[in-house]
Design a binder for this molecule. Sequence first.
Ligand code: FUB
Length: 313
Amino acid sequence: YAFSLLLSLFIISNQSLAQNPLDFGSDIRTADPSAHVWPDGRLYLYTSHDEECQLDFWMRDWHVFSSEDLVNWTDHGAVLSVEELSWADNFAWAPDAAYKNGKYYFVFPAGTGFKDRKNPENSTKWMGIGVAVSDSPTGPFKDAIGGPLWREPYANDPALFIDDDGKPYLYFHGKDFDYYVAELEDDLLSVKGDFIKMDMGGYEPKMEGPWVFKREGRYYFTMPENNRVLTYYMSDSPTGPWDYKGVFMEQEHQSNNHHSVVEYKGEWLLFYHRWLETPESDCKARKRQRHSAAEFIEFNADGTIKPVQRTAE
Ligand code: FUB
């Protein structure tokens, strides 16, 4: 008995924990991580990609990483780049993915133009939501529409949610940071009906990247409120109306956050990005750069989310 107790203690003390930021085995800077568990049992993380010293979030491609334990990651490289799109050449921002009918779907915001901060009336920038498809979770993904599924007047930060009955929903935020949702057709390439502005129960701060998940029959709509703190709503329906529940992760620095929530091997996990000083960086303009990280997320008996702290592992 004493021997097996010692052996268990030895095994537990030698189990390595995932480090934050996540170690993908390269110095790539990733942001906006969207996590999914696919039929092969692995956890996949689809991210946007910050380039060294990039200007004004000018971003070019999206990457995917996978793991079985969050410690050892496989870097599968870029899954899609704006160079492969006929309708956009910039703003490869926060992506998401879904698996349905044997195919993998990758939704992404992209656009073109220029934002003139001093004279906004001169701005030409616009962004829309594209859909790409692959037979493999690691791509390559091919633009399946040849244009944005939705762009008027502006669309960013798409999130896909497939309900238990198989119905796919697409969420994004529009020009005035309003949230929109639409049910998609079964092939995820067109919208069933129309996008509707969601009923947020009367509380509508400026909000970015939505993420929807379902737990014990209830729907959670989570987002970076005012682009900083992570907050959430709950509902009995994937399209709302939503009931505001408050903050579950505080802000860090004066910088944005973007996240996803997934259940993996019996644990609920939060993926998000942190702005960390990057010692090896030559970038004087931007001392802090974005890196993906993960935390455990826990729930109270009534389904509300317990506050999540940032940890180093
Ligand atoms: O990564 C570019 C943008 O920054 C995302 O689309 C936003 O959600 C914010 O994270």
